[in-house]
Ligand binder design. Structure first.
Ligand code: UT7
Length: 333
């Protein structure tokens, strides 16, 4: 018998502090008009001082576990995707394992930034298919607010990113059932690593990190926005077509696309290129900002809660981001 996997449930968590574009304009030379026009973002959430990335992941995971009616002891593998971990090492997956009181299960961190959840879901599916696990918890969580430069120098990235977490319970599935994970496409092209990155602390050269480097902003994200944009609008459609073709399906079969919420203009351009109207493309960036590895599970979870995605619907998840990395997952929810 072939082993297949499905998403049993989703959960998400957003910190309560709403940060509007006007709030940011009070800190740096930007405006509500510029941010809305270039990104579609109206507001995002930032954590308060006492909350960290694992804390967000724990809340999203608790919600997903409750919806799947799993006990924490049912989980036999954890995948945690983030670019803003609590510690440089160890990764957030073990911290989550401890916080939730789980068994001593495998705990893997994924470092593919905006594409983290797509890689994480593919990993969970592969582990289940191989028989390495039956019930995998996949989490995407980010705390960007603490690493951004909320100043004129950092304004190109500071206005885009937000905090939040999403989670999925992925389990071995009944072959006769309506839901299953179908196909994946995963890519990377490291020659573009410098276009979107955080340079320090880093072991590539000496010093590992210095006060001067911190002052120069090397611990904050550096982004060549135009270059990222240019690649994103071609890579998203490519990855989406790849997973459809791998499953022997076409765009007409697709109920909805849940893209990584990078920028509303990217999402709209991808929808247009593929001929998918706004009713078939999930977007929540207006209120959530870009939460990198958390953006797909948050948008997916919200769309299920709102009734926009139902059991058995054909759903495509797709992402592009730092690395560059990009990819997609195709599934029947
Ligand atoms: O998920 C992670 C992956 N990241 C992305 O997907 C981001 C992709 N790229 C983008 O979303 C867009 O490139 C941005 C939103 C980052 C920037 O939009 P853009 O239309 O590409 O603007 P730009 O970088 O070409 O900058 C245009 C102008 C510049 O001024 P000059 O040189 O024309 O005088 C910038 O200095 O806008 C200026 N600018 C700002 N102005 C007001 C840059 N940031 C801001 C700001 N407020 N926050």
């Amino acid at each position: 018998m072939n082993r297949i996997a499905r998403i049993a449930s989703l959960g998400h968590y957003l910190p309560s502090r709403v940060v509007t574009n006007d709030d940011l304009a009070a800190l740096m030379n930007t405006s509500d008009e510029w941010i809305r026009e270039r990104t579609g973002i109206q507001e995002r959430r930032f954590v308060d001082d006492d909350m960290g990335c694992t804390d967000l992941g724990v809340e999203a995971a608790r919600q997903a576990l409750a919806k799947a009616e799993w006990d924490v002891t049912d989980v036999d593998f954890i995948v945690f995707a983030t670019l803003s971990p609590d510690l440089y090492f160890p990764g957030n997956a073990v911290l989550l394992q401890d916080r939730l009181g789980m068994r001593e299960v495998g705990a893997l961190d994924i470092r593919t930034q905006c594409t983290g959840f797509v890689y994480g879901l593919a990993t969970a599916d592969a582990y289940i298919r191989m028989g390495l696990a039956d019930r995998v918890l996949v989490v995407g969580a980010e705390v960007h607010s603490r690493g951004l430069r909320l100043t004129d120098e950092g304004r190109d990235t500071a206005v885009i990113f937000g905090d939040g977490a999403g989670a999925a319970c992925v389990e071995v599935a009944d072959e006769e059932g309506p839901s299953r994970i179908l196909s994946h496409s995963l890519h990377g092209e490291g020659k573009h690593a410098g276009e979107l990155c955080i340079v320090k602390p880093g072991s590539a050269d000496s010093p590992y990190v210095s006060a001067e480097q911190i002052e120069a902003g090397l611990m904050a994200p550096h982004m060549n926005g135009r270059e990222v944009f240019r690649h994103a609008v071609t890579r998203f459609p490519e990855a989406i077509m790849e997973v459809l073709e791998a499953a022997g399906l076409g765009l007409d079969d697709l109920k909805v696309l849940v893209p990584h919420q990078a920028n509303l203009r990217i999402t709209e351009m991808v929808g247009k290129r593929l001929g998918l109207g706004p009713e078939r493309v999930i977007s929540n960036i207006e209120r959530r900002g870009n939460t990198t590895a958390a953006s797909i599970p948050i948008a997916f979870s919200e769309a299920v809660d709102e009734g926009r995605i139902e059991r058995g619907d054909l759903v495509c998840l797709a992402a592009f981001g730092a690395g560059f990395t990009w990819g997609a997952n195709l599934l029947r929810y």
